[in-house]
Ligand binder design. Sequence first.
Ligand code: KIV
Ligand code: NA
Length: 265
Amino acid sequence: KRKVTTHRLREMKERGEKISMLTAYDYSMASLIDEAGMDVILVGDSASNVMAGNITTLPMTLDQMIYHGTSVMKAVKRALVVVDMPFGSCSGNPEKSLDAAIRMMKETGADTLKIEGGEEVIQDIKKIINAGIPVMGHLGLMPQSINKYGTYTVRAKEEKEAEKLLRDALLLQEAGCYAIVLEKIPSSLAGELTQQLSIPTIGIGAGPDTDGQVLVMHDMLGINKGFSPKFLRRYADLHGVITQAVRNYISDVKSNDFPSEKESY
Ligand code: KIV
Ligand code: NA
């Protein structure tokens, strides 16, 4: 089981082999996902929502991301691991961004980092890449900028925004990013971008024509019942499975069925 590298992702794009990517935030789930054969594991700042219970990703701190990154790195043997730089850690002050990126790399042992944004953060990204840290870009819907846009609806439907996205993607490629996440944009635009770029694109709500796909683990396993965007496919109903298991346990405790003699010393 050879470790997946950024170079391998590029080869996969050239070969037309799709890239699979899924989030993980803890040791146990990261082990499962890695052993199942995932290409890329993202320690997303979606941890803010699914692990910490926040409404947005903004409250996530560098220390919290380091905690999740460290836990995941202990588990993963094969997948390429990407850790999100949280809101405010890479936003227009390249010296400060590099410090944060170096801390993240040293303390977690992560393979690579992901940073939201294009032109606005290009100097930060260049500085980090020049220090030898691989960076994945993230364009389209950028949850860290939710207060700027005000909604989580599809991005770049209009010509002007689509043109900016294309420019940003080329800037990121030029700066040396090894891949770009495209979140919630029209399939046609994602497909066009994927053709124009030599680095892989990884889509979420961006249609079938990207070089890979990414989902949030809790969403695709059906742990959250409330979140049902059109782009989400649920591969399990863990909400149902876990609720039933917990109810059975409660009932067995109440009825004195658990523990049995065989389960006692
Ligand atoms: O934080 C996250 O889970 C992400 C993915 C949705 C791409 O950034
Ligand atoms: Na994220």
